[in-house]
Design a protein around this ligand. Structure first.
Ligand code: M6R
Length: 411
C-alpha cells in the first residue's frame, strides 16, 4: 500500500517526444510468448513501477480502451482506469507523478485528449501515446508510445483504427506481463491468436451478404439496442455508436428518429438490464445481443432467456458452432428461414443453447472464435457491416455523417 516511487531518472521520459521509427517496431515471433514494441521498450520497467495506468480517450478510441481493460488488468496485474478525456478534464481528476497516462487517439489531434495530455504531463505522469498518425500532436507530446500503422483512415467513422487499437492494447498488455511466469502459457495462446486473427476477421467479413439482409429487415426500425457484457460491453457501445449514436435529440423524419444519418441506438451493459432497460423491451424493439463464447457466455444466455420471456425480437451474435466430427469450427448459418445447417451432434453446451434460441425465432450472426481478449475485434466487424448497409439502404453518406468531422480539434 501507499505510493510507489516515481520512475527512476534513467526511465523518466525525455522531453520532445520520440522518433517516428520508435513507434513502428511491433513484432512478435508467433511461437514465442513475447511481444516487442519498439516505442515502449525503454519504458516498460517504469510503467510497471507506477501505481496505476489511466487510459484517456474519446469516442471510438475510448471504446477500444474499454475493450482492452480486462486484458491489461490481467496481464499487467495493475489497476487500470479508463477515462473519457472531456469528463476527465471537467473534473480535473487527480493525477500523480507515479501514474502512467495512456492517450489513445486515431488522429492524434483530438482536442480533449490533447488537453488531458498537457494536464497529466504538468502533474508529472509518464505519458504514453497510442495513435495512428505519425507526427501528430499527441505522438509528439507524449514521452513514448505505439503507432497503429493501420493506414490512413478516410471516412469519419473510425473502423479499422478501432480494431487496430484493441490489437495494439492487447500487445501492450502482453508486453507488460512478459515477466510473469504464471502467465506464460496464456501469453503464448494470445500470441497465436494474434497470428490467427486475420483469418478470423476474414471469416467475419464473409458475413457481408447476411448483414445486408439483416439491414434490410432493420432499416425501418426507430430504435435499436445492443446488449453486451465483459469484453463485449465495448462492442455494444461501439456498434450503437456506428448504428446511430446515443441519446435523443434526433429529428423526426417519416416517423423515425434520425440521428447522425442513421437510427437511434443504445449500447447497454447487459449486467444493468434489470436496473432499467428491461422496461423498454417488447416484441417490436430489435435487440442485438452479443453472446460469443467468452467468460460472460453463461450470463448472456440467461439475459437472452429473460429477454425471450418478454417476447423480445432478438438477433444474437454468437460463435460458429463447434460440430462433432473433428473438423473444428465450421460456419453454420445466416439469416432467414432455411439457412440453418443442423449437424446431428453438437460438442459445446453453448452451441446447443444457440440452436435452441434459433428455434425460438432468434436470428443468429455466427462469427469465428478467438481468445476472449480479441473476440471484440472479430465481433465488431459484422456490426460495422450492418451499420454500413443500414446507412446506404437509408440513403445516407457512410463516409460523412451529418454534423461530424473526422478529427475534433476544438473542445
Ligand atoms: O482521432 P480520435 O480517435 O481521437 O477521435 C476520437 C473520436 O472523435 C472518434 O473516435 C469518433 O468517435 C469516431 N469518428 C466515431 O466513429
Amino acid at each position: 500500500p501507499g505510493r510507489l516511487p516515481a520512475p527512476s531518472p534513467s526511465l523518466s521520459p525525455s522531453p520532445g517526444g520520440y522518433a517516428a521509427s520508435d513507434f513502428g517496431g511491433a513484432a512478435s515471433d508467433f511461437e514465442e510468448p513475447y511481444i516487442r514494441l519498439g516505442g515502449l521498450a525503454d519504458y516498460v520497467e517504469g510503467i510497471l513501477r507506477c501505481r496505476r495506468i489511466v487510459f484517456i480517450a474519446c469516442g471510438t478510441s475510448f471504446h477500444a480502451c474499454l475493450a482492452a481493460r480486462a486484458t491489461l488488468e490481467e496481464f499487467a496485474a495493475m489497476p487500470v482506469v479508463v477515462e473519457l478525456a472531456g469528463d476527465f478534464m471537467d473534473r480535473e481528476a487527480p493525477v500523480f507523478r507515479d501514474d502512467t497516462c495512456v492517450f489513445v487517439s486515431q488522429s492524434g489531434e483530438t482536442a480533449d485528449t490533447l488537453r488531458a495530455l498537457e494536464y497529466a504531463k504538468n502533474k508529472g505522469a509518464l505519458c504514453v501515446g497510442i495513435t495512428n498518425t505519425v507526427g501528430s500532436a499527441i505522438s509528439n507530446a507524449t514521452h513514448c508510445g505505439v503507432h497503429l500503422n493501420c493506414g490512413y483512415e478516410i471516412g469519419v467513422a473510425s473502423t479499422k483504427a478501432y480494431t487496430s487499437q484493441i490489437v495494439a492494447l492487447t500487445m501492450v498488455a502482453l508486453l507488460l506481463g512478459a515477466d510473469r511466469r504464471s502467465m506464460t502459457a496464456k501469453r503464448l495462446d494470445h500470441v497465436r491468436a494474434l497470428a490467427a486473427l486475420p483469418d478470423a476477421v476474414r471469416g467475419a467479413l464473409a458475413l457481408d451478404a447476411d448483414m445486408r439482409e439483416l439491414a434490410a429487415q432493420l432499416k425501418d426500425a426507430s430504435d435499436l439496442l445492443f446488449f453486451g457484457r465483459g469484453y463485449n460491453y465495448s462492442t455494444a457501445l461501439e456498434a450503437a455508436l456506428k448504428a446511430g449514436g446515443r441519446g435523443g435529440g434526433g429529428r423526426r423524419l417519416g416517423g423515425r428518429v434520425k440521428e447522425v444519418a442513421l437510427i437511434h441506438s443504445e449500447g447497454i451493459n447487459a449486467g444493468e438490464m434489470k436496473h432499467g432497460p428491461l422496461a423498454l423491451v417488447d416484441e417490436n424493439l430489435p435487440i442485438i445481443v452479443i453472446a460469443t463464447m467468452d467468460a460472460m457466455h453463461r450470463k448472456m444466455e440467461s439475459v437472452i432467456q429473460q429477454l425471450l420471456a418478454r417476447s423480445a425480437r432478438l438477433i444474437i451474435l454468437c460463435n460458429q458452432a463447434r460440430r462433432a466430427g473433428g473438423r473444428g469450427d465450421v460456419p453454420c448459418g445466416g439469416f432467414g428461414a432455411g439457412l440453418w445447417f443442423r449437424a446431428p451432434r453438437l460438442e459445446a453446451p453453448g452451441d446447443v443453447a444457440m440452436d435452441a434460441f434459433a428455434a425460438r425465432g432468434c436470428s443468429l450472426i455466427r462469427v469465428p472464435r478467438t481468445v476472449d481478449a480479441l473476440q471484440p475485434v472479430v465481433n465488431v466487424v459484422p456490426l460495422q457491416l450492418l451499420s454500413y448497409h443500414l446507412t446506404t439502404l437509408r440513403g445516407f453518406n457512410v463516409d460523412q455523417p451529418r454534423n461530424l468531422a473526422k478529427s475534433v480539434t476544438v473542445t
